[in-house]
Design a binder for this molecule. Structure first.
Ligand SMILES: Nc1ncnc2c1ncn2[C@@H]1O[C@H](COP(=O)(O)OP(=O)(O)OP(=O)(O)O)[C@@H](O)[C@H]1O
Length: 387
């Protein structure tokens, strides 16, 4: 029995000590490229564990090391240091064709002169699978990606979304245990992208295997994933479910990269019961859950999301955060109104106001307004900033 089989047998037998084996594990992975006598540190030390059947997103700005990380999982790059494990097996030195993962690239890399059927069948035929097995797998995968009936078309006779699904079918036909998708929707326009997000989720649920989705689009990562790893400059800054990463950003970088966030730095003036109080301007206050780490006189930086803030022309009631400022911009956006409000110490806050009552803008440029939000919507972020 292999290690994986032993673990699976133990788990099935109800052995409480047998933790499920992760589909993908990276331990202390570093990748340095050497280009023209210079060392380029692309990945600076990544530890990651992705569960079997998870829809996982690797999110970060261009150049942060997402593709390099995935290429090391697929075996197209060797780590400079560290270990890659797939389903419990150390594959660091195993070539790509002997790893149980497939990678789908943004460019699709379809053969232009072959029709859909032959594109999907190509790898299976090359592996020498029996004709009947090839036929069965191609038909089954084209059904899953909703391309049955389009077998004879050439790639150029398909839409971008359909070409993307051929690339997906070609990878799925290999029946990998994990699929790595590198910006799979990057070449599509916004509408199609959104439609394909739902489609990809459906396909993943149907085939039940691990999907790792590389993207620089935070909306896409939030909408699709079970968990998100936010990468910056070769490191993972935060890893968690979408809601946690959005509502409780661990660093200033994560707060700024995922959605719009407002940041305010200050000193804790007092702790009253379970609330810490920061002073903001002459008559403003910010309340937040005190936690263990907030002491009077200590520095703190908080983040609050624009949709959590109310904008009013009268002073809010006690018990909420309340800061006064001047509107520097007010825009009607259809579903919402958006405001920029300059606070006394110069920080600019963004506020989104849902357009529920069709009552137009609450305030206009130049108006003095009060911003208020609930204490639990102030979140103290860590002091770690991207290096
Ligand atoms: N073959 C290479 N040789 C030298 N440097 C490289 C090589 N491949 C990538 N890099 C560098 O490594 C860093 C990480 O690149 P990587 O492609 O992994 O980033 P990414 O997050 O996937 O970016 P994008 O979203 O633009 O694809 C970048 O600074 C890049 O320039």
């Amino acid at each position: 029995m292999t290690d994986i089989q032993q673990d699976m047998a133990a788990a099935e037998a109800g052995d409480p000590a047998a933790a499920p084996v992760p589909a993908i594990e990276l331990a202390g992975v570093v990748k340095e490229y050497h280009a023209r006598g210079e060392v380029v540190p692309a990945v600076r030390g990544v530890d990651l564990s992705i569960a079997e059947g998870e829809f996982f997103a690797l999110l970060g700005p261009s150049g942060c090391g997402k593709t390099t990380t995935m290429r090391m999982v697929a075996g197209f790059e060797d780590p400079t240091r560290g270990t890659v494990r797939l389903h419990g097996r150390d594959v660091t030195a195993v070539p790509p064709n002997r790893r149980d993962v497939n990678m789908v690239f943004q460019s699709y890399a379809l053969f232009p002169h072959m029709n859909v059927w032959d594109n999907v069948a190509f790898g299976l035929r090359r592996r020498g699978l029996p004709r009947e097995e090839v036929r069965r797998r191609v038909a089954e995968t084209l059904e899953i990606v909703d391309l049955a009936g389009r077998e004879r078309r050439r790639p150029r006779e398909l839409s971008g979304g359909q070409q993307q699904r051929v690339a997906l079918a070609r990878a799925l036909a290999n029946r990998p245990r994990a699929l790595l998708l590198d910006e799979p929707l990057g070449a599509l326009d916004l509408k199609l992208r959104q439609a394909m997000q739902g489609e990809l989720k459906r396909i993943q649920r149907e085939v039940g295997i691990t999907f790792v989705h590389v993207t620089h689009d935070q909306g896409e990562a939030l909408a699709m994933s079970d968990r998100i790893a936010v990468m910056n400059d070769g490191r993972i800054e935060q890893l968690g479910p979408p809601r946690e990463v959005y509502e409780r950003p661990a660093t200033r970088f994560v707060a700024g990269f995922i959605g719009t966030s407002n940041l305010l730095a200050g000193t804790v003036a007092e702790v009253v019961g379970d609330l810490a109080v920061l002073r903001a301007g002459e008559d403003g206050r910010v309340l937040l859950p005190a936690g263990d780490h907030l002491r009077p006189g200590g520095p703190v930086e908080i983040t609050v999301r624009p949709e959590k803030i109310s904008i009013e022309t009268v002073e809010p009631v006690p018990g909420v955060s309340a800061v006064r400022g001047t509107v520097t911009d007010a825009s009607y956006l259809g579903t919402a109104n958006s405001y920029l409000v300059r606070l006394p110490e110069g920080t600019e806050f963004t506020v989104f106001e849902q357009n529920v009552h069709d009552s137009g803008l609450t305030a206009r440029r130049g108006d003095t307004v009060w911003l208020s939000w609930q204490p639990q919507h102030s979140y103290a972020i860590g002091s770690r900033t991207p290096s």
